[in-house]
Design a protein. Structure first.
Length: 332
């Protein structure tokens, strides 16, 4: 097949969508398919500008569109409606204001009906579409379980990890506010993004908050091995799953995340904990609860690691490529 991947991000850019686009395009190429990847070239903070949707791509067997991205994905549906489009819906977008977001989502849902098949990553999201042509394909985890890793060997100080981009929807400010209260807990924040200088200024003087640059996979493993909790404090539905929760759980971190659609399903399957979005009080209560009781933390960490090992043994990169290959063939 000749396949066009249209996404907001792709390697070498760091991020969840970039990682799966890399896994998918690389896996399809290994199986003999011809794959091209198009991403916006111009970026300004949350905005991405591109002329991609102003062209027609009739010479491809399948256009795999990742979204929603105002207005890239929407215009692609309009300009390439005669082509077989498979659409992956990554998140419920929150953009500028809730009122504008609702209007945009309604328009986007209508346009996305042009897709032959819609792919989502959780059953939470499948229920949003109420269509027959929706397929649930779990995110692949590229990490293998660590060998001979002893969870009980993790020592103090109790450490909470954040791994990801420094963007508004990630809610890192909520985590820093929790660090201001929990002075005996270490908070490690790893990643890059345009908000990082502002957040570093916010944490100035907090000796229990440590910032790391963007780390490679081996360095990330070492951070996970140090951590007791992997936290995803996102504040809105731009966060829809949280692959880092699975990666952290593999290495004995208890997953702790905001109670958001999609994310809550991931937390449930990992046997982790939820707190109320944007609530520093709720986050502090959960961290205090598990940091004050070593036996409780060990029990939670073991259960989460078992669940994560089961996940990665099933939702492998090969599984992800297999599922997409099957879906793409249905569109021929």
């Amino acid at each position: 097949m000749k396949i066009l991947e249209v996404a907001t991000d792709a390697p070498p850019y760091k991020g969840g969508i970039s990682r799966i686009v890399g896994i998918l395009s690389g896996g399809l190429k290994q199986r003999g398919h011809l794959v091209d990847v198009l991403t916006p070239k111009l970026r300004f903070r949350e905005f991405k500008l591109s002329n991609i949707p102003f062209h027609q791509y009739n010479d491809y067997d399948v256009i795999h569109l990742h979204g929603p991205t105002p207005f890239l994905s929407d215009l692609m549906f309009m300009t390439n409606f005669k082509s077989p489009i498979v659409y992956t819906h990554h998140a419920e977008i929150c953009w500028i204001s809730e009122k504008l977001s609702r209007i945009y989502r309604d328009i986007h849902y209508f346009l996305s009906k042009k897709a032959r098949i819609t792919i989502v990553h959780s059953y939470d999201y499948a229920r949003l579409f109420r269509r027959a042509n929706v397929a649930v394909v779990r995110y692949p985890c590229p990490f293998d379980p660590p060998e001979n890793f002893n969870i009980e060997g993790k020592t103090n100080p109790f450490t909470v990890l954040y791994v990801g981009q420094f963007r508004p929807f990630k809610g890192i400010d909520v985590l820093i506010k929790a660090a201001m209260i929990l002075k005996d807990i270490v908070f490690i924040l790893a990643g890059e993004g345009y908000l990082k200088p502002k957040l570093m200024h916010m944490a100035k003087g907090l000796v229990n908050v440590k910032f790391f640059r963007r780390v490679d996979d081996e360095e990330l493993r070492e951070l996970y091995k140090q951590g007791h909790v992997i936290c995803l404090p996102s504040v809105n539905t731009t966060e829809a799953y949280g692959l880092v929760l699975i990666e952290g759980a593999l290495h004995g971190c208890v997953p702790l995340a905001s109670n958001l659609i999609g994310v809550r399903e991931n937390i449930s399957q990992l046997r982790g904990l939820l707190f109320e979005p944007k609530s520093c009080t709720s986050l502090v209560e959960k961290i205090r609860m598990i940091s004050a009781d070593r036996a409780l933390w060990v029990n939670l960490a073991r259960g989460s690691q078992r669940a994560a090992v089961n996940y990665v043994s099933t939702c492998t990169p090969d599984y992800y490529v297999d599922k997409h290959e099957e879906i793409f063939k249905k569109c021929l």
